[in-house]
Ligand binder design. Structure first.
Ligand code: TNX
Length: 486
């Protein structure tokens, strides 16, 4: 039996003689019941087996998940490191921490036939080749972004996305929660945000918003899949919807009406008004209190309606509001034009694979101010860029489509020549939703290209990313993911 393609590519894979077979009697033995239940929930639908989860001693035929501090000695002391040892008797995952066990579970899934991903009973021989895998990620931050402002998507769609991406070891979900076209999260004391501010979207549909409990549910579900939610409230531009709700946030005399087009760069908060900063303090404070992860994203992109001299005054203040609520600020790369950010502010690179218009200087400025970078080069990992010309969804402002073959065709360590790997948190693939209206549209743009991103964000060096991703398509098929061109 030969090993299937594993994606992301593990650090070391040592194939052995023999096979382990999952049967009706296979139990999951672990003293981490939540992880055991999760693994059972992954394996049950296709196999139809029970997968009793229990603590105690393992017998032949069992799958074992165990915390083992020593596993760190062979993998490096990383939270997501794990070992997976399969022989004729057992499949055993051990790791220094739960996040590593979760990562190891995803690898075990891929050692089984693709039919394991079916949500209804499937027939296959549930066999796994004997193997020893020792694995840990290259980058700590492996993200995907969903824009729920241009078109609104609710809890169910977001939870489905979380499950679909967790299978490929994506561990951050950035939610773009506000833009010109809509404000998408409830904030106590500012009720108009989710009335007039949320009733529009691109093309004039109904819009919508997440209640506090919706957002809590998402954060909780994401955490159960070891995914950190990164909330973004975009400012001082991309704020038309907030100003529809509260015109006092706008510069004097500005005319504010709901916006349902897809232009950018026409809105700005008032930089002088005190109410602007009271508002930001309330918004950041509320969302930060609901968000267990360390980050709060302030946007800061394309603030073309904000005067240059005002932009940095604003970003100095706004980034410090974020740190005052205990979070690390993140901003799109333009924040690197400012020299007085809160120390440690993270920058999200969204220029091209060859830096344009001073993007390299902006990246360096962020690193000098103590921040790291999240890399999202637009002509590689912007998943809203069409996968092929004429595709029914997506934009093409990068000048050309982004086919699967291009997604991993760059090197994170040399993207910005003077920013080395030690200053790179990781890679994130954004999905802006100007053209995206349904959950099926999300699948069609995110998959399979996100797999190439997941591969390069986890693995030390991957070659032939396109062929590797194609090998995984039967798994996406079995899982019912309606992926786009590959
Ligand atoms: C640029 S990239 C934007 C978004 C658009 C996107 C469309 C960035 C930080 N801002 O406002 O939705 O292009 O691809």
């Amino acid at each position: 039996m030969s090993l299937p393609v594993l994606l992301p590519q593990p650090r070391s894979v040592d194939e052995k003689e023999g096979t382990f077979t999952i049967t009706e009697g296979t139990r999951i033995v672990t003293d981490r019941p939540e992880l055991g239940d999760y693994l059972a929930s992954v394996l049950r639908p296709a196999t139809g087996y029970e997968f009793a989860v229990s603590a105690g001693a393992a017998a032949e035929g069992d799958i074992v998940l165990e915390i083992n501090a020593e596993a760190a000695s062979s993998t490096g002391n990383q939270a997501e490191a794990y070992r997976l040892v399969v022989d004729g008797r057992n499949a055993i995952i051990d790791a220094p921490a739960d996040a590593g066990l979760f990562a190891g579970i995803q690898t075990l899934r891929q050692l089984l036939p693709a039919e394991i991903e079916s949500r209804t009973p499937a027939s296959a021989r549930w066999e796994v080749s004997a193997v020893t895998i020792v694995d840990a990620p290259r980058f700590a931050y492996r993200g995907v972004m969903l824009d729920i402002a241009r078109h609104f998507f609710g809890v169910d769609t977001i939870m489905q996305l979380i499950d679909n991406v967790a299978a490929y070891k994506i561990n951050h979900l950035h939610l773009h929660l506000s833009d010109d076209q809509g404000w998408r999260i409830e904030i106590p004391g500012w009720p108009e945000l989710t009335r007039s501010g949320a009733e529009s979207q691109v093309g004039g549909g109904d819009g919508g918003f997440l209640t506090t409990s919706d957002y809590e549910q998402i954060v909780h579900y994401a955490a159960s899949r070891f995914i950190t939610v990164v909330p973004e409230i975009d400012m001082p531009g991309h704020t038309n919807a907030a100003m529809v709700a509260y015109p006092e946030l706008a510069p004097e005399g500005a005319k504010i009406a709901p916006y349902t087009g897809i232009a950018v760069g026409f809105s700005s908060f008032s930089i002088e008004a005190d109410v602007t900063y009271r508002f930001i303090d309330d918004v950041v404070g509320h969302i930060a209190s609901l968000t267990p992860g360390p980050f709060f994203h302030l946007g800061g992109d394309e603030s073309l309606a904000t005067k240059d001299e005002d932009y940095c005054t604003f970003m100095s203040r706004a980034s410090r509001i974020v740190t005052s609520h205990g979070k690390t600020p993140v901003g799109w790369l333009e924040i690197g034009t400012c020299a007085d950010l809160a120390p440690g502010t993270v920058g999200q690179y969204w220029s091209y694979r060859v830096p344009q218009d001073g993007a390299d200087d902006q990246a360096v400025s962020i690193v000098r101010q103590g921040g790291a970078l999240i890399l999202s080069p637009a002509d590689a990992v912007y998943l809203d860029i069409m996968p092929e010309s004429g595709f029914r969804l997506g934009l093409e402002w990068t000048g050309a489509p982004t086919p699967l073959s291009q997604v991993a065709d760059w090197d994170p360590a040399t993207l910005v020549p003077s920013v080395g790997e030690e200053n790179i948190l990781g890679i994130e693939a954004p999905l802006w939703t100007e053209t995206v209206e349904t959950a099926a549209d999300i699948d069609a743009l995110i998959f399979p290209r996100l797999l190439a991103v997941a591969d390069m964000a986890w693995a030390d060096a991957v070659s032939d990313s396109e062929t590797r991703v194609r090998a995984l398509l039967p798994r996406l098929d079995a899982a019912g993911v309606q992926y786009g061109p590959a």
